[in-house]
Design a protein around this ligand. Structure first.
Ligand code: UD1
Length: 417
């Protein structure tokens, strides 16, 4: 099992290209199933979650070719409708394949994604929407057997919570349906707009992406398409934070800063020198900060839940009291115990993590509990005096390409064991 070793207290500096967004590319890969032809996807990050998505497509009968950051999927001969339990559990967001498989094959057999590191992962909103669209759902031995014998039909769907995955599943299922689907209280995340851009380029008729009402008019066919995935805003936040906590200086290229306003505002409010021209973001950190912030995570455009763990280490360099309140996932804070092993003093009060003043971090041996929590441990190790060893880094590989090389290029003393 891979581990990462870090010797901290180096100031990070330099320029970095931000990878393509994991949360865009996964639903886009699922959507390639709708296309009777080739989908050429550029800026595709090299991640274990992407590997898992490609394995699912291959299992369904697609031909997938990868050349560095370009992936080509040919779904012309896709004929299978069943995804194995193993593949379903390899990637927690595999449920986004459900709408695509039913749309293409008229039926789908998948497993429940189960719970994950961040807490329960119910899919009730996905299933109730698909049922309204004419899909029957049967539960048998932990397998979900879904079919749409009369075809998928357009429907008006109100989401009681603007779930990202449910919005994506409905959009994908609706593209080739009969009639028009209207999603009210849809999720507005930029990755949903990216999925809709991809589908519209292929001939879909989707309006309102990025707003809380998305309207999808069903079409008969989607054609071959070429698309560039948008930059990953959470990865960008991670590297900005790394520069901020090490009193460093960074320029991020290919960032899509317009989608990162709450994150940019956070660094500004903390007291970092942060500037952007839209495509690039420049940040210069400080030795210490004096902010007193109470951040609350929320659905877009609020502060993203995934950015919480990677920005929280900055609180440890502030002599004020700072907190972050999590509103999306029940078990988001499992990494806090590990962070405290570095001599951090973060207390939990319900769904709020509180940091009281500056802490000099000391190297520690820690275990990743989840993807973003794992990235937070690397940031703590970069800040700490002495050596740290981070175990179970496979969590980090789900969402960050070459994280060790990227930090080494910025001047960190870091290596993979
Ligand atoms: C996506 C992102 C994830 C991000 C999250 C919130 C991907 C691959 N993952 O996850 O990185 O943290 O959005 O921005 O894009 N819920 C239900 N019933 C449902 C669906 C969701 O109760 O049917 C609940 C979930 O348990 C969770 C909340 O709604 O508490 C948010 O989930 P959702 O927006 O669906 O997140 P994901 O699509 O799973």
């Amino acid at each position: 099992m891979k581990t990462i070793k870090v010797r901290g207290k180096k100031r990070l500096g330099g320029c970095l290209q931000v990878q393509g967004a994991k949360n865009s590319v996964l639903p886009i890969l699922a959507a390639t199933l709708l296309i009777n032809g080739r989908s050429v996807i550029h800026n595709c990050p090299d991640l274990t979650d992407v590997d898992a998505a490609l394995k699912i497509l291959i299992m369904l009968g697609c031909v997938c070719v990868r050349d560095e950051t370009t992936v080509i999927v040919d779904a012309s001969d896709a004929a299978n409708y069943e995804i194995s339990k193993e593949l379903m559990s390899e990637m927690r967001s595999s449920v986004v394949f459900l709408g695509a498989v039913i749309s293409r094959m008229g039926k789908a057999v998948i497993s429940y994604p189960g719970g994950c590191e961040l807490g329960p992962r119910p899919i009730d909103l996905h299933l109730s929407a698909l049922k309204k669209m004419g899909v029957s759902v049967n539960d048998a031995d932990d397998r979900l057997i879904c079919s749409a014998s009369g075809g998928i039909r357009g429907a008006e769907i109100f989401l009681t919570f603007p779930s990202v995955g449910a919005t994506e599943n409905i959009i994908i299922a609706a593209c080739l349906s009969k009639g028009t689907t209207v999603i009210k209280n849809a999720a507005k995340e930029p990755e949903i707009s990216d999925l809709c851009d991809f589908l519209n380029k292929a001939g879909a008729k989707i309006k309102g992406a990025g707003s809380s009402t998305v309207i999808i008019e069903g079409v008969n066919k989607l054609h071959s398409v070429e698309h560039r995935v948008l930059p990953d805003r959470i990865v960008a936040a991670t590297y900005l934070s790394a520069a901020a906590v090490t009193n460093g200086e960074i320029c991020l290229k290919n960032t899509g800063a317009a989608n990162m306003l709450s994150i940019i505002r956070f660094f500004d409010d903390m007291g970092c020198n942060i500037k952007t021209n839209g495509k690039e973001i420049y940040l210069k950190g400080k030795e210490k900060y004096s902010a007193c912030l109470d951040i609350t995570t929320g659905v877009y455009p609020a502060f993203p839940t995934d950015a919480g763990p990677v920005t929280l280490p900055l609180f440890l360099k502030s002599d004020g009291s700072n907190s972050i309140t999590e509103t999306i996932f029940k078990n988001r804070f499992r990494y806090i115990d590990q962070l405290n092993k570095f001599n951090a003093d973060i207390t939990l009060d319900g769904n709020t993590a509180i940091s009281n003043g500056i802490k000099e971090l000391i190297g520690a041996n820690v275990e990743c509990t989840d993807l973003r929590g794992g990235a937070a441990l690397i940031l703590a190790a970069l800040m700490a005096e002495g050596e740290s060893v981070i175990y179970k880094t496979y969590h980090i590989e789900r969402g960050y390409c070459n994280i060790v090389n990227c930090f080494a290029e910025l001047g960190a003393d870091i290596k993979e064991l």
